[in-house]
Design a protein around this ligand. Structure first.
Ligand code: COA
Ligand code: AMP
Length: 624
């Protein structure tokens, strides 16, 4: 009943509930209240430092010799560990390096780095001096990086000479140089970590060698900031080509993550927690860096892939090696492992005695994959749902509160602190079991976004459709038992291998191609990656050499957005299905691609286009 009790307390007395959580943190000025209605801020008069809570606090509590960060890089063959003592040294000196470079409290710092320990030190160092980091995922191309630089106007950029993908070295520095060339805002300084695998040329009067700057720096102490001051900006895909800069605060974030580590994941100080994601995504921010460290747990930073680095046994071998208590990954990773190791031979070879549960998120966990891995592991496998905007899980099975009952196909029940509603098309509360728009009642709990950087209008637009509620952008259903089932996005966002991408943004890129008159990009179901983008393109009369146009479109998407957005296919159509008012019927395109039942809407302008599109894009029946 611990879950019910926590849910009821958080619901009835959010002030008391979250003030109790806040007491588990170190405050320079303790807050007198949890939530302030007027400003919608959490712990508004409190002052604290997130880095001090994630690092210094554990050293002060006598856990300095405990492992804090384990770096495992099967892609380079390297691994290293850092105790809390060592982490404190590295982070406080990296903070000194930032100060030396002219970074001040409140300045923004873009971090465009691979999965190396220095990236984590950089994030924590920003937090230490009250600078606002904005990590950009390494799989994004130069124009995407430029957009983020222009929006948050960093004083400094932290980057590295290269990232490593299976079979190739990705030179980050030319991408950074290109991005700074494209952006109107020019950061004063770029601090570049030279990796052994590739040396980058430094630009005079702007670029600094990381190691030299670090060696010359002195450690600095944490700077207390207001609980409501921004800790970081993390850009995420919206429905257009302009990414949304989700702003995260300090105090609410630290409180929410601390609570989640214990009560959702069942992790305490001294435990080993591994989120196999990337620091470029919210999962990486919350559960590679801040969550585990705030909890005093050991976190694993993994530079590799679930398969091929070197094989599908890497997850299980590392769990065995480091006695990992909880693993968190995306369903795509499990699908990839299953494909490579269908009988679970690698799983059987490793000792998984330390593992208590596997958590999945980032995209829908299809029951088939979830049940397969649950059987292979013989441990609870827990789907849970959240978004960049929220910062921590909103729907889950709270394993740490003793809950293990799951329903495959559902992401679990509302996490204490959240109140969900489903509205039907008429705007009334949907009956249990009926699908509608998934909303969260305001005030949103601590840790959730309170702003989008530079974009108050866009932020407000998330709350206008249903006053008093945040529109999640997902369709969902709450069943009789309170389990919430996620049906997918209601907008033009897709999830490719757990990566959130905007088809609207891809359309902007494709439409810019000189041979293209009109296009639509939709997400098609994909056995491995969950979804993949597919473009339908109408070319200008006289456009020849369509294979070359197709190649060019794919190349442009990779160069403008990034390789993670590579479309699975590009189809050249004669016409797109539209309503009489000219809106492209994307659901119809999706149904055609997925081989689903085709429901022709009354509003369609010309039903005859459907036949041609089926011939073009419907899945072919398997031979034999
Ligand atoms: N820097 C540069 N390029 C990157 C990159 C990065 N950080 N991450 C991915 N890419 C590139 C890849 O090299 C690949 O390029 P290619 O098309 O030239 O081969 C492309 O982007 C697509 O990458 P990815 O989606 O990782 O696909 P993949 O085919 O290389 O690997 C999986 C397939 C299933 C192994 C991989 O998608 C995976 O590990 N998924 C788990 C998802 C996950 O952890 N999500 C995090 C959210 S919780
Ligand atoms: P991101 O902001 O990148 O974390 O992506 C958030 C979106 O991913 C959500 O709005 C959902 O559409 C999807 N998502 C995340 N977790 C799940 C899940 N467990 N089940 C279904 N969809 C999910």
């Amino acid at each position: 009943m611990a879950y019910e009790k926590a849910f009821e307390t958080a619901d009835r007395d959010p002030q008391g509930f979250w003030m109790d959580v806040a007491k588990t943190l170190d405050w320079d000025v303790a807050p007198s209240t949890a939530h302030d209605e007027a400003t919608d801020g959490w712990f508004p008069d409190g002052r604290m430092n997130t880095c001090a809570n994630a690092v210094d606090r554990h050293v002060a509590a006598g856990r300095g010799s405990q492992q804090a960060l384990i770096y495992e890089s099967p892609i380079t063959g390297k691994s290293s560990t850092y105790t809390f003592d060592e982490l404190l040294k590295r982070v406080s000196r990296t903070a000194g390096m930032l100060v030396q470079a002219g970074v001040k409290t409140g300045d923004r710092v873009v971090i465009y780095m691979p999965m190396v320990p220095e990236a984590v030190f950089g994030m924590l160092a920003c937090a230490r001096i009250g600078a606002i980091h904005s990590v950009v995922f390494g799989g994004f191309a130069a124009p995407e990086l430029a957009k983020r630089i222009d929006d948050c106007k960093p004083a400094a950029v932290l980057s590295a000479s290269c990232g490593l993908e299976p079979g190739r070295t990705i030179a980050y520095k030319p991408l950074l140089d290109k991005a700074i060339e494209l952006s109107s805002h020019k950061p004063d300084v770029a601090i570049i970590l030279q990796r052994e695998e590739l040396h980058a040329d430094l630009v005079a009067n702007r670029d600094i060698d990381w190691q030299a700057a670090y060696d010359a720096a002195s450690p600095v102490d944490p700077v207390p900031v207001a609980s409501t001051d921004p800790l970081y900006i993390l850009y995420t895909s919206g429905t257009t080509g302009t990414p949304k800069g989700v702003v995260r605060d300090n105090g609410g974030h630290a409180a929410a993550l601390s609570w989640s580590m214990k009560n959702i994941y069942g992790i305490e100080a001294g435990d080993v927690f591994w989120a196999a994601s990337d620091i470029g995504w919210v999962v990486g921010h919350s559960y590679i860096v801040y969550g585990p460290l705030l909890a005093g747990a050991t976190t694993i930073l993994f530079e590799g892939k679930p398969i091929g680095t070197p094989d599908a046994g890497i997850f299980w071998n590392l769990i065995d090696k480091h006695r990992v208590k909880v693993l968190f990954t995306a369903p795509t990773a499990i699908r990839a492992i299953r494909r490579a190791d269908p009988d679970g031979e690698f799983i059987a070879k490793a000792s998984l005695a330390s593992l208590t549960a596997l958590f999945l998120a980032g995209e829908r966990a299809d029951p088939d994959t979830l049940l397969w891995i649950a059987e292979q592991l013989g441990k609870p496998v827990i789907d849970h749902w959240w978004q960049t905007e929220l910062g921590w899980p909103a729907i889950a099975t709270c394993f740490g509160l003793g809950e293990t009952h799951i329903k495959p196909g559902s992401a679990g029940r509302a996490v204490p602190g959240y109140r969900f509603k489903v509205k039907d098309e008429a705007g009334t509360d949907a009956e249990p079991g009926k699908v509608g728009t998934l909303l969260i009642e305001q005030p949103l709990p601590p840790g959730n976004f309170r702003a989008l950087w530079n974009n108050p209008e866009k932020f407000a637009s998330g709350f206008v459709d249903f006053p008093g509620h945040y529109t999640t952008g997902d369709a969902g259903m709450i069943d009789e038992d309170g389990f919430i089932h996620i049906m997918g996005r209601t907008d033009d966002i897709i999830n490719v291998a757990g990566h959130r991408l905007s088809t609207g943004q891809m359309e902007e890129v494709v439409a810019n191609h000189p041979a293209v008159v009109e296009c639509a990009v939709v997400g098609a179901a994909d056995e491995l990656k969950g979804e993949m983008a597919v473009a339908f393109v109408i070319t200008r009369p006289g456009a020849e050499d369509l294979p070359a146009v197709k190649k060019d479109i794919v190349r442009t998407i990779r160069e403008d957005i990034g390789p993670i957005a590579s479309p699975r296919d590009v189809f050249f159509a004669d016409a797109l299905p539209k309503t009489r008012s000219g809106k492209v019927l994307r659901n119809l395109l999706r149904a055609i691609l997925n081989g689903d039942e085709i429901v022709v809407p009354q509003t369609i302008e010309d039903p005859s286009v459907i036949e041609g599109l089926i011939d073009l894009a419907a899945p072919q029946p398997a031979e034999g």
